[in-house]
Design a protein around this ligand. Structure first.
Ligand SMILES: C[S@@+](CC[C@H](N)C(=O)[O-])C[C@H]1O[C@@H](n2cnc3c(N)ncnc32)[C@H](O)[C@@H]1O
Length: 275
């Protein structure tokens, strides 16, 4: 089985949209409209959740006219946040048909279908014209993709000349990573690089950093805050399933024990943010 097929299977749970629908009945019965804030514990599938998306969007200077691609969009939380906060058009693409179905459902329930669209596809073979986007977001996706040079080259192809590339990743530090984690059941679908390797791969693809920030301590603080406040709305366990507590604990432990770090970056071709 190819790596892509394995990754797709891992992220393609059956009955996901129906499960989400049932879980949301507790906070928005009868198909009521949902807000980005109500969904944030459920649909931001990365460390530090909506905080990370908000900080990176602000650092990248997203505006109403920015054409955004959310690459590996999951169930669409970041895409909906960007469209509702900045009024921009967002396209989400993801390997998982189940995630794309859930993303479209949640977007309709949020009244955002005119600004946010989704399609299934592979980040290494994007069905878009050259220079079709002004910003590409890639949050907690690169660690599932073995061919990092091909991934960053494909981002560069679809990004306009003055475009911004937002990438938010876990990076290898010291020691063996404990699995299962939220992105990989075992090492066979995990393709982490260290920080220097990530930077080299990005620079080789023609990108220069505008922002390059170690968010490891911020992630640890966030895990601590989460542990002290039980969820009051449906959270990612609806998407991930019964393993959610164990795999989230593994992620926190990997970061705490300095096996993994958390890296936020915004890059352009010339290292400047021009609009
Ligand atoms: C940890 S989730 C992050 C989802 C989303 N970016 C977020 O932050 O909410 C990783 C996502 O990457 C997607 N993914 C992994 N490999 C991919 C590929 N080659 N092409 C497109 N999506 C991919 C998975 O299907 C999954 O939805």
């Amino acid at each position: 089985m190819s790596n892509i097929t394995k990754v797709r299977e891992q992220y393609n749970p059956t009955g996901l949209t129906e499960r989400i629908k049932s879980a949301l009945a507790a906070i928005a019965p009868g198909g009521q409209r949902l807000t980005v804030a109500q969904l944030a514990s459920l649909d931001q599938f990365h460390t530090r959740g909506i905080l990370a998306t908000a900080e990176l969007a602000s650092a990248a200077g997203i505006e109403p006219s920015t054409r955004v691609l959310d690459l590996g969009c999951g169930i669409g939380g970041p895409a909906r946040y960007l469209a509702s906060t900045f009024g921009c058009q967002v396209t989400g693409i993801d390997l998982s048909p189940a995630f794309i179905d859930a993303a479209a459902y949640l977007t309709a329930r949020s009244g955002l279908s005119d600004r946010v669209t989704f399609q299934a596809g592979d980040a290494l073979h994007l069905p878009f014209e050259d220079a079709a986007f002004d910003a590409v977001f890639l949050q907690h996706v690169a660690m599932n993709i073995e061919d990092r040079p091909a991934l960053y080259a494909e981002v560069g192809r679809v990004l306009a000349g003055s475009g911004r590339f937002v990438t938010y990743d876990l990076v290898l530090r010291n020691g063996d990573v404990a699995y299962p984690t939220p992105w990989a059941r075992d090492a066979s679908t995990s393709f982490l690089l260290d920080e220097a390797g990530t930077r080299t791969a990005l620079e080789n693809a023609g990108f220069k950093a505008v922002l390059w920030r170690d968010d490891t301590q911020a992630a640890l603080d966030w895990f601590k805050a989460m542990a002290g406040s039980p969820p009051t709305s449906p959270n990612l366990s609806v998407v991930i399933g019964p393993d959610f507590p164990a795999i989230t604990a593994n992620l926190a432990r990997n970061i705490r024990e300095k096996r993994l770090g958390v890296l936020s970056a915004v890059l352009t071709r010339d290292g400047n943010l021009s609009q």
